[in-house]
Design a protein around this ligand. Structure first.
Ligand SMILES: *Cc1c(COP(=O)(O)O)cnc(C)c1O
Length: 383
């Protein structure tokens, strides 16, 4: 199998798995327990919290462990909106992950107005539109750090400045950047940040919300005093330990890994565009994640491409995992102004830690043949 779908999920790093295993059996205790075994589990959780804080330059008491990126996004948007009762506008972008978009839409039930900032053809959000949209009625701006489908990286520092001029909380879904790009919440002006373990070789079902000291938000789950009263429920100790290990590895290996993956990604792009006419690169040509190659192949269906790649043992995606299975083209590509017909031919290759050059060469060999075959039978193709 050639796995090029790292933006959907990643394999767990064996070092992460090794770190987790003792916490299923020998060190299984509840971190809230008073006995020695409990203390040991507590220490493991707090050690992981330090590693996570270190990776994004936060304080340890600004880290709240969650079940993943989706839960962190939910707590940020709902938690901040519900913790006050004056401001009634939520600003987000048109290209957010559904974890943010659907959460924002849900808030309209409670009288909140949702404004979606449009993006340019490269997927960069319109800062002038944002500037005009913010007002004293706005409670939170939630705009992602990098987009999962096309990889475009948003101007986070500029967005945070606009938010803070109006006393608005700025949240960013950084699920696609934590572990891939250096992050410093202080210098970037981030008030809240969501991250997810399984997107950078940590375990699934783990993640965190980072919330700066002083940011007020309500919890979504109520119960015990876990996570400073913000997320009740016994901690997922093995998962948290694994997430900590994934952060530690990212801290030391991220820069080298980014360089290696960028070279492979560019090799893939150059290799296929040399052989296939009428390809469109999705996302920003430079301000883009080093691992992501989203393209539109004109005159063919992305789903057909995926099926044929799969027959050759190659895993890719036609957009976000959450939208596959539906016939509507991706909301991200449509927001970027890509016509419906072109967006239907979208395919995303996303590379990662275990991607090897030989695999890229195999895709360069196979993919153009698939496209050629499909275009011959395509009614859209001009003969
Ligand atoms: C994967 C992803 C999520 C969801 O994270 P989970 O941990 O799978 O819940 C949220 N936002 C973005 C940008 C993602 O890529």
């Amino acid at each position: 199998m050639i796995y090029l779908d790292y933006n959907a999920t990643t394999p767990t790093d064996p070092r992460v798995l090794d770190a987790m295993l003792p916490y299923f059996q020998a060190r299984f205790a509840n971190p809230s327990s008073i006995h020695r075994a409990g203390h040991e589990a507590r220490r493991a959780v707090e050690k992981a919290r330090e590693k996570l804080a270190h990776l994004v330059v936060a304080r340890v008491d600004e880290v709240y462990f969650t079940s993943g990126g989706t839960e962190a996004d939910n707590i940020a948007v709902k938690g901040v909106a519900f913790a006050q009762n004056k401001r009634k506008k939520i600003i987000t972008s048109a290209i957010e992950h559904h974890a943010v978009l659907t959460t924002c839409e849900y808030m309209t039930k409670f009288g909140f107005e949702v404004v979606k900032v449009p993006v340019d053809p490269h997927g960069i959000i319109d800062l002038n539109f944002l500037e005009d949209a913010v007002d004293d009625n706005t409670v939170i701006i939630s705009i992602m750090h990098a987009n999962n489908e096309v990889g475009t990286v948003e101007p986070i520092t500029e967005i945070s400045k606009i938010a803070h001029r109006h006393g608005i909380v700025f949240h960013t879904d950084a699920v696609q950047t934590v572990g891939k790009l250096p992050i410093d919440i202080e210098s970037m002006g981030i008030d809240m940040l969501s991250l997810s373990g399984h997107k950078f070789c940590g375990p699934k079902g783990t993640g965190a919300l980072i919330a700066r000291t002083g940011i007020r938000f309500d919890p979504l789950s109520h119960g015990g005093h876990h996570e400073h009263n913000k997320r009740a429920g016994t901690e997922n100790v093995p998962g948290i330990v694994g997430l900590g290990k994934a952060c530690e590895i990212a801290m030391t290996e991220m820069a080298e890994e980014e360089k290696r993956i960028r070279l492979l990604r560019d090799k893939l792009w150059n290799g296929i565009r040399e052989k296939i006419p009428d390809l469109i690169l999705n996302g920003h040509p430079e301000k883009r994640l080093a691992n992501t190659l989203g393209i539109c192949v004109r005159y063919v269906e992305g789903e057909s491409l995926l099926l044929h790649l799969d027959m050759h043992g190659i895993c890719a995606s036609s957009g976000s995992a959450c939208t596959s299975g539906s016939l509507e083209p991706s909301h991200v590509l449509l927001a970027m102004g890509i016509p419906h017909e072109t967006a239907h031919g979208s395919i995303r290759f996303s590379l990662g830690r275990y991607t090897e050059e030989a695999e890229i060469l195999e895709v360069i060999r196979v993919f153009p043949k698939i496209v050629e075959k499909l275009r011959v039978i395509s009614p859209l193709s001009k003969k």
